[in-house]
Design a protein around this ligand. Structure first.
Ligand SMILES: CC(C)(COP(=O)(O)OP(=O)(O)OC[C@H]1O[C@@H](n2cnc3c(N)ncnc32)[C@H](O)[C@@H]1OP(=O)(O)O)[C@@H](O)C(=O)NCCC(=O)NCCS
Length: 200
């Protein structure tokens, strides 16, 4: 059986394995990488192991489809789909890359590969994303990819005791089909996790 993965021109998104813990720990031990998240920075490889260990259950329950972004056999970051609504055929996209891969062009391709996955193999009608209102870099990356900023959600994310506002972005299937993003050559291998595939 072919393991599920999606290949872009220079980057692959694949299912995580417990063996990824040292690489994921090294990338997410950087406070700049996790600055906008409710978690991190990782302090110990056990933090990465604990995250990886609960992913298969989350994947089976349709809660989170986390994928390792890999370039040249090296893990460089994570792209994940979550907040799935089967009825509405939509989900949200999250992402992070190790600091040394910022500005490398990997992210533009990572978004293209994740969007192709969502709109083809998973049959989504809409892909959304949140960014902290101060995370200008992430917001710019989404707008560059063709996502539209649709509004601001107040007190949306809780990180410890702090509550944060976020911008919400959306990309519709029709927009993806007409966009540069939709023209990036992507190949899906194997079967995507069933809980994330919308009915035909
Ligand atoms: C978000 C992330 C994946 C983006 O990848 P990246 O390689 O840094 O993205 P890019 O280099 O393509 O930069 C994206 C855009 O931001 C712009 N930018 C860079 N620094 C910026 C800043 N400080 N303020 C505003 N825009 C900025 C870039 O010019 C680029 O815009 P352009 O494509 O229109 O030229 C990466 O920065 C990251 O992992 N950040 C930490 C985790 C995170 O914030 N994840 C997203 C949570 S919503």
């Amino acid at each position: 059986v072919t393991q599920f993965r999606i290949d872009g021109p220079t980057l692959t998104l694949r299912l995580p394995e417990l063996e990824d813990a040292p690489a994921i720990f090294a990338l997410a031990a950087d406070p700049e990488v996790t600055r906008w998240f409710s978690w991190g920075p990782y302090r110990d490889v056990a933090d990465a192991e604990a995250w990886l260990a609960q992913l298969p259950g989350q994947r089976e329950r349709g809660e989170e489809l986390a994928l390792i972004a890999e370039r040249g056999d090296q893990a460089i970051g994570v792209y994940g789909l979550n907040e799935l609504s089967r009825r509405d055929r939509r989900c949200m996209l999250g992402f992070w890359l190790g600091r040394r891969f910022w500005g490398s062009g990997a992210h533009a391709e990572g978004v293209a590969v994740a969007a192709a996955l969502a709109f083809t193999a998973l049959r989504m009608g809409r892909l959304g994303a949140y960014t902290n209102v101060e995370n200008a870099r992430s917001a710019a990356s989404l707008q560059r990819a063709g996502f539209r900023r649709e509004g601001t959600l107040r007190a949306w994310h809780r990180h410890g005791d702090a509550v944060h506002d976020v911008h919400v972005f959306g990309l519709l299937r029709s927009e993806w089909e007409a966009s540069e993003l939709g023209r990036v050559a992507v190949q899906v291998h194997g079967r995507p996790p069933a809980a994330f595939v919308m009915s035909a």
